[in-house]
Design a protein around this ligand. Structure first.
Ligand code: NAD
Length: 242
């Protein structure tokens, strides 16, 4: 008996990471649609909407027959008003979970962030057992942590299986944040500052590897017996994605 083909909805699919995920799904012949507040590409079915409006999302899930949501949407780091982070990353995640359960979606892959365990101090050789910091580094990371918690708590409830991926700083084709920020620092003449003893480490994740990680996570997300410890996964470039 042939298995029903997965229908993917990439939330935030017009963004940097979301677009790479869409391209990877298209490249392997999958059915993929995008839900976003802005449209930047025209080669897949696009649905304009805001994840904080659950009814919009539910309507699109039902219309498309989505079986797997890949949720990459978030306001970018550096917003003036931190309330936008809680609205989109916390209330938005609640709406995504609730709409997914109501529409009978079976898989939900969430793009979290390695920043959810960052408190401003050094983190060396950290793994998924590290707890969220008592004092979050900032509103963005706090909202990502709260969103991730909701997503993981929803695992196995209402027919939905969930996983959260935690990339570090993401680089690659189409990046509109990281390289732009570094270049702005250069233009402002801010490159003569030294932080620490010049041995500081920072982890980066290549966007192509991250896109593959989302597909692998979605593919593996088919057993309700996934151990809780495998539900949140740090993504670094040492990942073997093949
Ligand atoms: P991006 O800004 O390029 O893409 C985000 C997309 O989400 C945009 O297209 C935007 O229009 C959409 N969006 C925002 N709010 C929305 C809403 N309310 N409803 C529907 N769509 C909405 O960001 P990105 O760099 O691709 O980041 C993707 C994910 O990766 C985010 O969840 C981010 O927190 C996470 N992340 C990014 C980095 C990084 O270095 N870029 C690092 C760690 C984690």
């Amino acid at each position: 008996m042939s298995q029903q083909k997965e229908v993917y909805l990439v939330i935030g699919g017009s963004g940097f990471v979301g677009r790479h995920i869409v391209e990877h799904l298209l490249a392997r012949g999958d059915i993929v649609c995008v839900f976003d507040i802005v449209q930047r590409h025209h080669d897949v079915d696009f649905y304009s909407g805001d994840i904080t409006d659950e009814s919009q999302l539910l309507d699109v899930l039902n219309k498309t027959g989505t079986t797997c949501i890949i949720h990459t949407a978030s306001p970018p780091h550096g917003a003036k008003d931190p309330s936008i982070y809680y609205k989109v990353n916390v209330d938005g995640c609640k709406a995504v979970i609730s709409a997914a359960q109501a529409a009978g979606v079976t898989k939900l892959v969430y793009t979290s962030s390695a920043g959810v365990v960052f408190d401003g101090g050094d983190v060396i050789n950290l793994d998924e057992r590290a707890p969220f910091p008592e004092k979050p580094f900032d509103a963005y990371n706090d909202s990502k942590a709260q969103g991730e918690k909701l997503i993981l708590e929803a695992n196995g409830k209402g027919g939905l299986l969930t996983v959260a991926l935690r990339p570090a700083g993401i680089f690659g084709e189409g990046d509109r944040q990281m390289m732009v920020g570094l270049y702005q620092a250069y233009q402002r003449g801010q490159t003569h500052f030294q932080v620490g003893d010049n041995n500081n480490l920072f982890d980066y994740t290549y966007v192509g590897n991250l896109a593959k990680a989302h597909l692998i996570a979605a593919d593996k997300l088919s057993s309700p017996s996934l151990p809780a410890s495998s539900q949140e996964t740090l993504i670094t470039d040492s990942l073997k994605a093949e």
